[in-house]
Design a protein around this ligand. Structure first.
Ligand SMILES: Cc1cc2nc3c(=O)[nH]c(=O)nc-3n(C[C@H](O)[C@H](O)[C@H](O)COP(=O)(O)O)c2cc1C
Length: 272
């Protein structure tokens, strides 16, 4: 008797077989493409670092350009460089949830709402004839809908903004995504993150920053996106403050002023 090829059993066998083969193909592709994805991700971030520093040349190999960047790992509590781990491989976001490499941020210091952070962070130094010309800090924190990840480039004084870029977020197109717009980002260079007493003062205001002495610390808000702007203020204030890169920036500023980077004395230096 001829076999019924349209039987329920046959249909199920074929369906399961096809699903199995497809799953194996997708899983294999995903595993095989993982290294490629990681390379692309690294390259993308390197490009942003070069771009925020204003030294990215389109069309040139990114890894080659990035070879000029001195990547260091900083112990955020002390502000000292860490030499026992490879800065290139350190994933500060993954480390933030690690038992050893991450810490819970006490609520009273958690102005950006991060909850946890890594104890170390990479920083990127742009040098000229050995001297530091720019310091690039990874910064991140919540906007209105999403965590925004970016880089802040500072002059060697550790206080003057050279540039800001966000490379990942899920804020609303046309509203919060102005954090990526060239027009808004052009408002940042030259802004001062601290006042003369070392207090963190950088802030995205609602509407126009207006005039006055404190204009140097204030950046115009993004129209229709005050809440995303507030997120940018908070995350920057956290990361440049005493519980973020403050100790590192203080040492950098001391060096820029010709000190050895270990002074503890003034009001200004103690606050960061
Ligand atoms: C669908 C939708 C998406 C929004 N997305 C954002 C956003 O990404 N960022 C933001 O700050 N505000 C966003 N808003 C607007 C906020 O709710 C709020 O009105 C705005 O931040 C106030 O900014 P303004 O003071 O400049 O008007 C969105 C509103 C709606 C209805």
């Amino acid at each position: 008797m001829a076999e019924n090829r349209d039987s329920v059993a046959n249909t199920l066998t074929v369906a399961v077989g096809v699903s199995l083969v497809c799953s194996i193909l997708v899983a294999t592709a995903s595993v095989m493409l993982k290294p490629r994805q990681q390379i692309n991700e690294t390259s993308f971030r390197q490009q942003i670092v070069l771009d925020v520093a204003g030294i990215y040349t389109p069309g040139m190999d990114i890894a080659e350009q990035f070879a000029a960047v001195d990547t260091r790992l900083v112990d955020l509590a002390s502000g000292d460089y860490v030499t026992t781990m490879n800065a290139d491989d350190f994933d500060a976001i993954a480390a933030s949830s690690d038992q050893t490499l991450g810490i819970a941020i006490p609520a009273e210091f958690d102005i950006a709402g991060l909850r946890r952070r890594a104890i170390y962070s990479p920083v990127y130094l742009i040098r000229e004839n050995g001297d530091i010309r720019q310091v690039i800090l990874p910064v991140y924190g919540p906007g209105l809908w999403s965590t925004m990840y970016g880089y802040l480039a500072l002059a060697p004084d550790g206080r003057t903004v050279i540039g800001l870029r966000f490379y990942q977020h899920a804020e609303t197109p046309g509203l919060g995504d102005q954090v990526e717009s060239a027009e808004w980002l052009a408002k940042w260079p030259g802004k001062q993150i601290f006042d003369d007493h070392g207090e963190v003062r950088i802030e995205v205001v609602r509407g126009q920053a207006g005039a006055g002495d404190d204009l140097v610390h204030k950046v115009d808000g993004m129209s229709g996106a005050t809440l995303t702007g507030r997120g940018v203020s908070k995350l920057l204030q956290y990361w440049v403050g005493p519980n973020g890169f403050g100790p590192f920036l203080r040492k950098l500023d001391d060096k820029a002023n010709g000190n050895d980077g270990t002074s503890q004395g003034t009001d200004r230096t103690n606050r960061r």
